[in-house]
Design a binder for this molecule. Structure first.
Ligand code: MG
Length: 256
């Protein structure tokens, strides 16, 4: 059963979406050479405190995690794809960094991610990887309309990714968002169009394509959390929290 939220609830979700979007924009500005991943995490934590929000990650302890996450931000660098546990690593120019951030504010969750190249001078292959993720995200969001089916979102993401020559991992993908970070449904990053539950206005989804350059397989780093590409290739990941509407999908985590 996919939860649906009233127009009033959607209004109550806007502040957390704005907060997550604004904080990610700020972190993007701060992610320069010489800054550590722990400093980025501390910065995000400070913003959470100021806003009176709660991290969705800090106590997060699913079956696949070695222990509670303990940080408020996922920082995945280069061959790290998802769930990057911040550690004492100093960023340098050319690092490919994904930041994934989810909090609860006034009882509602928003979840979003972006990928950047430290120093702002990406290689053509990093540019292509990031651009493809962003195009896939946009294509997925465009399917989040009442009357479409869940498989339309998955298919749109998968099609953009495959057309660019990437292979898609369907083990980790998007999800419903509401009172908690992970709600029904699960939204794989590839699938068949016109299949699955029919979308209805008020459903809220985190849509999150992620790609690795030359593989779809990951392994878990010795930190117990960070998922890395099996062949060392680089990874990008982008995400927005989106409301299904009768018309244009509503992106709650829009960045400036
Ligand atoms: Mg996320």
């Amino acid at each position: 059963m996919i939860p649906r939220h009233s127009a009033k609830t959607i209004e109550q979700m806007r502040p957390v979406g704005s907060f997550v979007g604004a904080t990610l924009s700020e972190l993007q500005q701060h992610a320069t050479a010489g800054v550590t991943l722990l400093e980025l995490d501390a910065h995000a934590h400070q913003r959470i405190r100021e806003a009176g929000a709660e991290s969705c990650y800090i106590d997060y302890h699913p079956s696949f995690g070695a222990s509670p996450f303990g940080k408020v931000l996922c920082t995945s660098v280069n061959d790290a794809a998802l769930h990057g546990l911040p550690y004492d690593y100093t960023l340098k120019d050319g690092d490919l960094l994904s930041l994934d951030f989810a909090v609860t504010l006034n009882g509602w969750v928003a979840d979003s991610a972006l990928t950047l190249v430290v120093g702002g001078n990406p290689t053509p292959s990093d540019t292509r990887l990031i651009d493809t993720c962003e195009k896939a995200l946009h294509a997925g969001i465009q399917q989040a309309r009442a009357g479409h089916r869940l498989g339309d979102i998955s298919h749109a993401i998968g099609e953009v990714s495959r057309a660019a020559g990437y292979v898609v991992n369907t083990d980790f993908g998007g999800h419903g968002v509401g009172r908690t970070m992970h709600e029904d449904p699960s939204i794989p990053n590839d699938g068949e169009a016109a299949r699955g539950p029919k979308l209805k206005a008020g459903m809220v989804f985190a849509i999150e394509p992620w790609l690795m350059e030359t593989t779809a397989d990951v392994y878990t780093d010795s930190d117990g959390w960070t998922l890395k590409s099996i062949d060392g290739s680089r990874s990008a990941h982008v995400e927005h929290t989106v409301v299904v509407t009768e018309g244009e999908p509503l992106v709650l985590t829009q960045r400036a």
